[in-house]
Design a protein around this ligand. Sequence first.
Ligand SMILES: NC(=O)CC[C@H](N)C(=O)O
Length: 364
Amino acid sequence: MKAILVLEDGSAFEGKALGASGTAWGELVFNTGMTGYQEVITDPSYAGQIVILTYPLIGNYGTRDAFSESQKPVLRGVVVREACERPPAGDDGNLDDYLKRCCIVGIERVDTRLLTKKIRSCGVMKAVLSTELDVRDAREMLRRQPELGSQDLVKQVTSKGVRVYGEENGIPVALMDFGVKHNILRCLVRRRCRVTVFPADAPAGSVLESRPAGVLLSNGPGDPKKAGYAVNTVRELLGKVPVFGICLGHQIMALALGGDTYKLRFGHRGSNHPVRDLKNGRVFITSQNHGYAVDGASLEKGVEVTFVNANDGTVEGLEVPKFRAFSVQFHPEASPGPGDTEYLFDEFLKLAGGEVRRCRRILQ
Ligand SMILES: NC(=O)CC[C@H](N)C(=O)O
C-alpha cells in the first residue's frame, strides 16, 4: 500500500505504507539515533509529533515489550528509509506489525536525508502522513490544523491517579509525571527508592504530604509554558524539598525560578549529543529529545548554569544550591542512548538522603 507525507512548505513525498493505515498530522521532527527505535517510538515526549528516524535501516532487531518506555506510543507517525521486514527469530514481531498493533501510521522508502536537511534549514514544520488522502486533500487538511505549540500535551500523557513503585521502606521520592519514561522509574527503583507518582496537576500540598525526601520532575511533551499549573506547583515546592528536573521538568523548573524558555529551530533528538560540565570541563555524550530550551540570559542570580551543549552552546543544566535543586535538559536515564550521566540519579539521592537524615533527626 502507498502512503504520502505532505509538509507545511508544500512539498510532498510518496512512499510505502508502514504500520496502521489512516491519516495523521503532527509536527515533523527527526531523531538521529542509530538504535533504540522502540524507545523513541514509545517516549511520551513525542506526543503530537511525526518522527523521522534518520538511520537508514530501522527495525533490524525487531520489537520487544521490554524496550517500551510507556504503555503505548503516543507519537503521531513514523518515517523511515527502510523498515526491516524479517528481524531475527525470537522477537515480538517486526516494526510494521508493532506499529499496526499500536495503531500508528508510518511511511518507508522516502528520502529521510532530504527531509532532515529540509527541517534543519527551514526548522520543524507541520506535516500530514496518510494512506488514504491524495496530496491535494492532505494539503487542505494541513491548512486547518492548529500550531502544536498552542496545546497542553502534558494533560494527554500524565497519569490519571497516584501510583506507587518500589520497596516499602525505600527512600521516599515523589515524581511529578509530565509524561514519564519508564526508565526514569527503573533508575529510581534500582536505587532502592519508593516512588510515588503524581499527576501533573497535583497540588504542591499533596506532593509534600507524601513526605518525600526529594521530588523528581519528569520529561514530557510540548511547550513548557502550556503547563503553567505545573510551573506554579514547582514554585511552591522549591526550597521545601530537594528537586531534580529532567528535560520538560528542567524547563518547568527554569520557568518556576523566573527564567524563560524558547523554541529551537529543529531541536536536539538523538543519542550522541555532547554536553560540557562547566565545573570541570568534562564532556559527556547524552541522549536528547527536546524542541525547547532554557534562555540562559533570563536566569536570575543564584541560578547557575552547570552544563552547556558542546555543539551549539545552549543551556543543558541548572543548579540552585540554596534550594537544593538541579536539572538537566538531556536524559540521564538514556533508553535509548549512553548511560554516561546516570550518576545524576545518585547525586539526586545524595541530596534526598541528606533530607532523610535531617527528617530522622527532627523526629528523634
Ligand atoms: N523530552 C522532553 O521532556 C521534552 C521537553 C519539551 N517537550 C521539549 O520538546 O523541549
